[in-house]
Design a protein around this ligand. Sequence first.
Ligand code: ATP
Length: 303
Amino acid sequence: MVHARAPGKINVFLKVGALLEDGYHDVATAYQAVSLSEDIRAYPADDFSVSFTGPIDTSSLAVDGSNLAIRAATLLARKADFRGGVRLEIEKHVPIAGGMGGGSADAAATLLACDTLWGTDLGRDELLELARQLGADVPFAFIGGTAIGTGRGDELSPALAKGQFQWVFAFAEFGMSTPEVYRELDRHRDRHAQDIFPVEAQPHVDTDVLHALRAGDPRRLAEALHNDLQAPALHLEPELAAVIELGEENGALAGMISGSGPTVAFLAADLDGALELQIALSAARLNVVRATGPVHGARIVSS
Ligand code: ATP
């Protein structure tokens, strides 16, 4: 058995470029991997299967070939010409369709676990290339830490970050579809084309964010947090605005929609601030989890 782990992520900065002819957008993002991770155990088997345990309700998840973990395992088997299979057990901690890249973490950890279990030994660069084929956020789940992503978010360069940031996450009881949130952003930009500056095709990460990360300064980072998907996500699910407000009234330096939502991420000044915020939000019956970042990318825990 091989036990691998990969982290969920938050986009501390996300700018979305203009809609391109192929229907996609370029983005400029600053990712941070957080201590909310997926634990994957891979057992030898003749065919491919996946099952889930842990605190997240996974009853809605398909466990057939459409599951990202199975897609990762079959892609690696094909690439390495491996004839056997794998039985995957995933202890899920990252919410499904929550904007924290849980499926991407499953795919990244599965690539690493199967590479070790099968002895296919592809090496980091080839595994990263397979990660890219599985989804825009999968390469980041593989490398972890803090990184700048451009292109579809999968052209990565590491960013310097000092110390540990304290995050508090409020999970929603529903998921949101990433493509639907992007469509809402495009509709919003069409409606307001007269009033807003033309959207750049190739956006950039603001230097303020890079400075705040490098200084390890949560107050400065709170000022620099930005997510272009926040407005469309709030337009689709207006009640999330009250969650952001509640956190900001209870000591969060800032609250923002994580990725395409619906998870709300709050940045706290320090551990005490995070604990107080966790208590206040829990008292309001929100489903709250505390985490720190940055943490490692995908790695083998034991084999
Ligand atoms: P991102 O922030 O990268 O857009 P997300 O966190 O919003 O991702 P995920 O939970 O990673 O969303 O997955 C999005 C969709 O992928 C889900 O709606 C689900 O149907 C599908 N999916 C396939 N395999 C998995 C998996 N192993 N875990 C979670 N979702 C999966």
